[in-house]
Design a protein around this ligand. Structure first.
Ligand code: SAM
Ligand code: SF4
Length: 347
């Protein structure tokens, strides 16, 4: 196992079989996981030092036309409370965020049918003209290449669109038949052509996922050489078809984060809210596995509960923008601190 970790850490790739062995090793033996995480932390520190980038997350809409089996915002969830922020409300979040020191805003939401290109373009242009020095990240699901190109021209720089699974059968079991893996990957390729820094990723522990599926995910993200990697544990939401499934395994999540850090040393990898939700130590554990980004919530406080992707989602305290001082304290307790710079991907 030690050899596998050293091989990875010295810049070499591992094949599927060795990745499989390593992931199993991490689940079965805490020492192997610890070795892998320490190696990932060394690599992250070489790249980024002890600064952790912060991104202000604005959850722009909880309406969604998609019907992903795992997500509380899915169209079929009639009990979900829906809201959509106005352009002025989004700008207000950015104003507050800018004053707090954020230099990246992430506009994330369900696939809201009312979010026309023209409307989004206007919002992005307003943010861009008020704050020329910020990075604007979008996470608004599947759209046409023409739409991605327009939003890029309006001033968006980055786009998060997790591939969710590199295995077409597993992907199909998690999404309606009308939305296959091929289309998801075509969207990711379109985003790359449009010049976005692109984020891929998946949940760990979603129903039907085996370790060999995770291996495929790792190889796909490595092949696509994506600039950002979002990996978090699956957390059930009662009003979805996966509502009574168990949550994903934290150790396996941390092992996968660490492997991605070693495979893509320069990638921007958040310690996800899902990790922080599952365990009070989750955020720090992500950082101590090679993650280098945190995304505090900047959404207006009255809508945060309604953006319920899964249950009990963390959006307060140090997961909230207004809790930056607490976040910095918690980071300092493990030797890190907040880095307020824009934190672009550097080739
Ligand atoms: N609608 C956009 C999309 O799907 O890309 C952005 C918002 S979506 C809620 C962001 C991510 O949340 C998804 O890519 C998915 O991996 C994650 N997610 C959804 N349901 C989840 C759950 N039950 N547990 C953990 N993560 C979940
Ligand atoms: Fe909609 Fe995204 Fe949730 Fe799928 S994961 S239902 S696209 S918000």
């Amino acid at each position: 196992m030690r050899e596998l970790v050293e091989h990875l850490a010295s810049g070499h790739k591992l094949d599927a079989q060795n990745l499989n062995t390593l992931l199993h090793g991490c689940v079965e033996d805490g020492d192997v996981l610890q070795l892998l995480r320490e190696s990932a932390v060394r690599t992250a520190r070489e790249q980024f030092g002890l600064g952790i980038y912060v991104r202000g997350l604005v959850e722009v809409s909880s309406y969604c036309r998609a019907d992903c089996m795992y997500c509380g915002l899915r169209r079929s969830n009639r009990s979900a409370e829906r809201y959509r922020l106005t352009a002025d409300e989004i700008l207000e979040c950015c104003k507050e965020g800018y004053a707090l020191g954020f230099r990246t805003f992430v506009l994330q939401g369900g696939e809201d049918g009312t979010h026309s290109d023209a409307w989004l373009e206007e919002v992005i242009c307003r943010i861009r003209s008020n704050y020329p020095d910020v990075a604007i990240t979008l996470s608004l699901g599947e759209r046409s290449e023409e739409s991605y190109a327009r939003l890029r021209r309006a001033g968006a720089n980055r786009y998060l669109l997790r591939h969710e699974s590199a295995d077409s059968e597993l992907y199909a079991s998690l999404h309606p038949a009308s939305r296959g893996l091929e289309h998801r990957l075509a969207c990711i390729e379109a985003l790359k052509r449009c010049g976005y820094q692109v984020g891929m990723g998946m949940m760990i522990g979603v129903k039907g996922q085996r370790i060999d599926h995770i291996v495929k995910d790792i190889l796909l993200m490595s092949e696509y050489d994506c600039e950002m990697v979002g990996i978090g544990p699956f957390i059930p939401h009662g009003a979805t078809p996966l509502g009574s499934e168990p949550a994903g395994d934290i150790r396996l999540t941390l092992a996968t984060v660490a492997i991605m850090r070693l495979l893509l040393p320069k990638a921007l990898i958040p310690s996800t809210t899902a990790l922080a939700t599952l365990s009070p130590e989750g955020r720090n554990a992500g950082i101590l596995s090679g993650a280098n980004v945190v995304m505090p919530n900047l959404s207006p406080s009255d809508v945060r509960k309604k953006y319920a992707i899964y249950e009990n989602k963390a959006s307060w305290g140090s997961e909230a923008a207004e809790g930056l001082a607490a976040l910095d304290r918690e980071l300092r307790a493990i030797g890190y601190h907040i880095d307020f710079s824009r934190g672009d991907y550097i080739k």
